[in-house]
Design a protein. Structure first.
Length: 85
């Protein structure tokens, strides 16, 4: 196979991608939703924690709150990476 054909196809593909960059745009809505849930969770935990200094009352509850925070954080970061790539 002639290499000029391969280079011509690659050049055509590159020029097509440069002309229409909006075709590969991913929606940012998943990131905004995950980020909003993470922010609301953080504010709710902060307010509740200030009102009740003994929150969380047990070690299991503390692990649950930390796990929920980690899940929300991973969802926000994961959707940000998904949108960026």
């Amino acid at each position: 196979m002639d290499l000029s054909v391969i280079f011509a196809v690659a050049e055509h593909a590159a020029s097509g991608a440069a002309e229409h960059p909006e075709e590969h745009h991913k929606s940012e809505v998943p990131f905004f939703i995950a980020g909003a849930f993470f922010a609301i969770f953080a504010i709710a935990i902060s307010v509740y924690g200030f009102k009740r200094p003994d929150f969380p009352t047990t070690a299991a509850a503390a692990r649950g709150v930390m796990s929920a925070g980690a899940v929300f954080m991973m969802a926000a970061v994961g959707t940000a990476i998904y949108v960026a790539l």
